[in-house]
Write a protein that binds this ligand. Structure first.
Ligand SMILES: *[C@@H]1O[C@H](CO)[C@@H](O)[C@H](O)[C@H]1NC(C)=O
Ligand SMILES: *[C@@H]1O[C@H](CO)[C@@H](O)[C@H](O)[C@H]1NC(C)=O
Ligand SMILES: *[C@@H]1O[C@H](CO)[C@@H](O)[C@H](O)[C@H]1NC(C)=O
Ligand SMILES: *[C@@H]1O[C@H](CO)[C@@H](O)[C@H](O)[C@H]1NC(C)=O
Ligand SMILES: *[C@@H]1O[C@H](CO)[C@@H](O)[C@H](O)[C@H]1NC(C)=O
Ligand SMILES: *[C@@H]1O[C@H](CO)[C@@H](O)[C@H](O)[C@H]1NC(C)=O
Ligand SMILES: *[C@@H]1O[C@H](CO)[C@@H](O)[C@H](O)[C@H]1NC(C)=O
Ligand SMILES: *[C@@H]1O[C@H](CO)[C@@H](O)[C@H](O)[C@H]1NC(C)=O
Ligand SMILES: *[C@@H]1O[C@H](CO)[C@@H](O)[C@H](O)[C@H]1NC(C)=O
Ligand SMILES: *[C@@H]1O[C@H](CO)[C@@H](O)[C@H](O)[C@H]1NC(C)=O
Length: 423
């Protein structure tokens, strides 16, 4: 049963396939190149014609008899007849092909060829023409976006001929996420609620089948601050009289802020640093640094209390020109002079007293010595030259002398006693 149906259907099937192949014909046309850039030449290359070609016609569009471009008759010279507006732009070849030179966007579309050979053949072909993309450029709808406040839309300016647009930030490809979105066929990149992380170099690339081109980088700067306004050194500060102090106002801010330094509300400086030289009690007070960012129009401030003490600058503080006042030096010098004078006076007094005592002794000694030995007398005046023998001798000569009332007093001073023993 099944087989019967098949065998009955088969002749119809074969007839249908034959009819189909006859209607479509074996002729094929391919464009070379398949996709053309504006300005290139395109050959519509005909293949599969059976028998000799006796002539052919080319038409723009999808129907015969309208918009004829070319008639080709191989038995005429020249064989080409070109219709307006294609004069000078198209030519035919004996194999049925046609070449269009310097294609433009208007040449994009379909073409039909009618060939007279053994039988009449008809075939269609499509030309796809793209313009070459020029360098796209990025524009922003906001040039100074502020952190956590603004949304910015970057637009990639490129021709409609761009089929694909890609975005890059610092050479990394971007895609839509919770804060970044791509719209209008990726022509627009919207970054909502920008943060400093979004600062960077953005590029877009436009791509179509005949070209790709990348924009110059667009430097996105996200402005912020002033944040964390601080004064260094940190307070409270106690500063000695006549010392020097530099207060630094530090903050995080893009762009750099302007500063106002105030003391108890009075403007002192518009710099980031406030330098106080030769500090007096007038410098005491509450110093405030106010930083203002002209782009974000935000400001922040910090304060530090600077106390001043009457103690003069010590070695730890900034070295002043001469921290010791002159009168102190004068007093010290006078005291030193008085002390030296007192020492000198007392030394002189004691020396005088001792000299008179020793004169007593040597007088008595010399009396003895002159009696015993004249040599010994000279030795006693120069004890360093004395020999042991002479000392013994002198001792011997000294011993017989009866104890004097001054003798015990001499023993109280060991030095003088020793001297006497040696003599
Ligand atoms: C038809 O002729 C042209 C010009 O000689 C040639 O470039 C092309 O390849 C030919 N086409 C085929 C299918 O042979
Ligand atoms: C070119 O032609 C194709 C179909 O042939 C069409 O889809 C395309 O939109 C055309 N392109 C232009 C730029 O006209
Ligand atoms: C922007 O982002 C910050 C931090 O992520 C958030 O605190 C703030 O609420 C956001 N602002 C808006 C308007 O979404
Ligand atoms: C820039 O575009 C974003 C997103 O479309 C929008 O939210 C923002 O208001 C625009 N800013 C300006 C100044 O037009
Ligand atoms: C848009 O960008 C995404 C991610 O970069 C990409 O995958 C997609 O092909 C792009 N679409 C167009 C139309 O450019
Ligand atoms: C910025 O980037 C850092 C590190 O990549 C991340 O820790 C931080 O959360 C990001 N901040 C915002 C607001 O996206
Ligand atoms: C600033 O105020 C403090 C008290 O808060 C005061 O001691 C100081 O003298 C004042 N300084 C000036 C320069 O007015
Ligand atoms: C200094 O000034 C700040 C800001 O005006 C204030 O908050 C602080 O209490 C002041 N400190 C002193 C010690 O006056
Ligand atoms: C600084 O002081 C000037 C006036 O002297 C004022 O116009 C300006 O707004 C102040 N700036 C800041 C950041 O306070
Ligand atoms: C400033 O220093 C003096 C002396 O050390 C002290 O008596 C005074 O209380 C200090 N003033 C302040 C406001 O700290």
């Amino acid at each position: 049963m099944e087989f019967k149906i098949c065998s009955r259907a088969l002749p119809f099937l074969i007839a249908f396939l034959g009819l189909w192949s006859w209607q479509v014909s074996a002729v094929s046309v391919v464009p070379i190149p398949k996709i053309a850039a504006v300005g290139e030449n395109v050959l519509l290359s005909v293949d599969g014609v059976s028998g000799d070609i006796e002539g052919f016609n080319w038409y723009k569009g999808e129907s015969i008899n309208t918009n004829q471009m070319l008639r080709y008759n191989p038995f005429r010279t020249p064989p080409d007849t070109v219709f307006s507006p294609y004069e000078g732009r198209v030519r035919g070849f004996p194999n049925g092909s046609m070449e269009i030179s310097g294609v433009n966007i208007k040449d994009n579309g379909s073409y039909i060829v009618q060939i007279q050979a053994k039988k009449q053949e008809v075939a269609t072909v499509t030309i796809t023409v793209y313009e070459k993309l020029s360098k796209p450029s990025i524009t922003a709808n906001l040039t100074h976006p502020v952190e956590y406040r603004d949304s910015v839309a970057l637009t990639c300016g490129t021709s409609n001929a761009a089929q694909t647009v890609l975005w890059f930030k610092d050479s990394q490809t971007l895609s839509s996420d919770d804060r970044m979105s791509l719209s209008q066929e990726n022509r627009t990149l919207t970054i909502s609620n920008v943060s400093t992380n979004d600062s960077g170099s953005y590029r877009c690339e436009a791509i179509n089948p005949v070209s790709r081109s990348t924009s110059d980088p667009y430097k996105l700067v996200v402005y912020y601050g002033p944040k964390n306004v601080k004064i260094t050194p940190q307070g409270p500060i106690t500063q000695p009289l006549h010392s020097q102090l530099t207060l630094n106002c530090v903050t995080e801010s893009v762009p750099a802020p302007t500063y106002n330094w105030t003391l108890n509300g009075t403007i002192k400086s518009h710099e980031g640093n406030l330098v106080l030289t030769d500090i007096t009690f007038h410098n005491r007070g509450n110093y405030t640094c106010e930083a203002y960012n002209p782009v974000t129009e935000l400001s922040g401030s910090a304060s530090v209390y600077v106390n001043v003490t009457g103690v003069t600058a010590g070695p730890d503080s900034d070295p002043g020109p001469n921290p010791i006042p002159p009168w102190v030096i004068v007093v010290i010098v006078i005291v030193i002079l008085i002390v030296i004078a007192l020492i000198a006076a007392s030394v002189y007094y004691f020396l005088l007293r001792d000299k008179s005592k020793s004169n007593d002794i040597s007088m008595k000694e010399s009396n003895l010595n002159t009696r015993s030995d004249p040599h010994l007398q000279s030795s006693s005046r120069n004890p360093a030259t004395q020999t042991g023998e002479e000392v013994n001798y002198s001792e011997v000569s000294f011993k017989p002398v009866a104890p004097k009332p001054t003798q015990p007093k001499l023993k109280e001073n060991p030095t003088e006693y020793a001297e006497i023993r040696r003599t």
